[in-house]
Ligand binder design. Structure first.
Ligand code: AVJ
Ligand code: FE
Length: 441
């Protein structure tokens, strides 16, 4: 049927775009030595990510969806993220960069050849193109991980801005914004049941009733975070949880990652370049513990995950939940800074075009936002199509991040999307905004 054919064309185009991005961040950017080096014990060698996305595509699109025989079953174990911790991946007999690219191309040709024979209304795996959404998003998620590796990399800069930074139409710029927006008490629909692009951890849709709260209109900026630094926030145990304080002492942390102080000014290293810390940009490269300490110092707290999603989706006029904060229109440059258009967040409050019904801005894109919540399954959660995407991470070890960063591709950014990481992690493009209870007024 026509819609199915259109959907297949869309997936073919999205797969192609994802691969252009992966290649641009690896084999087209760096030499063999740099691709096979461990730039940080926190990250894989880039050549691992590259062949891993190809192997994932082989497993899910070629074998599971198209029912084809395995191409390279012998390498599955090398690219299994659970068998091999990131810090040990350089020791594996990995495909070389050239072999990885050839393998990925091979898989991709077979996938595109199989598209005609597939029925997108067939099995649950193919319904609405679920497995295609999954594979496209997976590759883009690894591309964001590659960018985190490139940010950790030492040496001469290799990445350049693909477009001049922050070209946002001037009339859209809000003049005066309230510091906080109010979200009244009441129920809203959290999660989704019908979206074939959603991961299992976003399902099912369920009602959550919340008390009223205040939420920061924009993420916490570098200037605001510097006030915390100037006030001795890193040296004052009152603002820190005991786990956060232990972590700070153990690691000797006294500023966001990549920041240094010189002659009374804060500088940061961004993809190999030193530059003054821009005051109006949302802070990034802070751990959950630093976010928590700042919020406590400010007399506030981190929003819960449910509060974040209600602020981002709940439309009080219709009572329903939106796909994006501004509605169902796909993201564009005026609404959200996504997809690596810039190599940094935009300054706070660049435009009101991306506002949520409550008035909060920059919920999608710019920086991932730490929430107060542990990563757990929603009521009625079922792992699908595999436990290792989400379920094995459920528990109190991981904190949820929401909203996506400047490095997140639009296909992996929506108001239901959930990311998670350890509370000590700072290499991801994460910042935060604060919330507070309304009852305190
Ligand atoms: C959702 C970003 C936490 O990178 O560990 C990639 C995404 N899962 N391959 C991760 C993922 C499998 C995941 N995060
Ligand atoms: Fe993966």
């Amino acid at each position: 049927s026509q819609p199915a054919a259109q959907l297949k064309d869309r997936f073919a185009a999205e797969l192609t775009a994802a691969r252009e991005r992966s290649n641009a961040l690896t084999v087209e950017l760096l030499d063999e030595r740099e691709l096979t080096t461990q730039h940080s014990p926190l990250m894989s060698p880039l050549v691992w990510d590259l062949a891993h996305v190809g192997n994932y595509e082989e497993q899910w699109l070629l074998r599971a969806a198209a029912g084809q025989e395995a191409l390279r079953p012998d390498i599955d174990h090398l690219y299994d993220a659970f068998e091999n911790p990131r810090s040990e991946r350089t020791e594996l007999p990995l495909l070389s960069p050239t072999e990885a690219r050839t393998y990925n191309d091979h898989v991709r040709r077979r996938v595109l050849d199989s598209l005609d024979t597939l029925r997108l209304d067939g099995t649950p795996l193919l319904a609405g193109g679920l497995v295609f959404h999954m594979v496209v998003q997976h590759e883009h998620q690894h591309d964001e991980t590659m960018l985190a590796t490139l940010q950790l990399r030492e040496g001469a800069p290799v990445l350049t801005e693909s477009a001049p930074a922050y070209r946002i139409a001037e009339p859209e710029r809000p003049r005066e914004l309230p510091a906080e927006v109010f979200v009244p008490a009441g129920p809203f629909t959290m999660g989704t049941s019908g979206d074939p692009a959603a991961y299992d951890n976003e399902r099912p849709a369920h009602t959550v009733d919340l008390p009223a709260f205040w939420l920061d209109t924009v993420p916490v900026t570098n200037a605001a975070f510097q006030d915390f630094l100037a006030d001795g926030g890193y040296a004052d145990q009152r603002w820190w949880s005991s786990a956060g304080w232990q972590w700070r002492l153990r690691r000797g942390v006294d500023a966001p990652a990549f920041w240094t102080r010189d002659a009374g000014h804060w500088w940061r290293r961004r993809f190999g370049r030193m530059e003054p810390v821009p005051p109006d940009e949302p802070v990034q490269h802070v751990s959950w513990y630093e976010a928590e300490a700042y919020a406590t110092w400010a007399g506030k707290r981190l929003p819960t995950e449910a509060e974040w999603e209600k602020a981002a989706r709940h439309d009080p006029v219709t009572g329903s939940s939106r796909y994006h904060p501004w509605g169902s229109t796909p993201p564009d440059e005026t609404r959200a800074n996504l997809g690596q258009r810039h190599l940094a967040p935009r300054p706070a409050a660049p435009s009101v075009a991306g506002a949520a019904p409550c008035g909060a801005l920059q919920l999608l894109g710019d920086v991932w936002e730490w929430t107060a919540s542990d990563f757990t399954g929603y009521p009625g959660f079922t792992a699908y199509p595999y436990r290792e995407y989400s379920e094995v991470f459920f528990g109190s070890e991981y904190k949820v991040l929401r909203g996506g960063s400047w490095a997140t591709h639009p296909t992996a950014a929506r108001a239901t999307f959930r990311n998670w990481d350890y509370p000590v992690r700072r290499q991801i493009f994460a910042g935060f905004r604060c919330a507070r209870d309304a009852e305190l007024d």
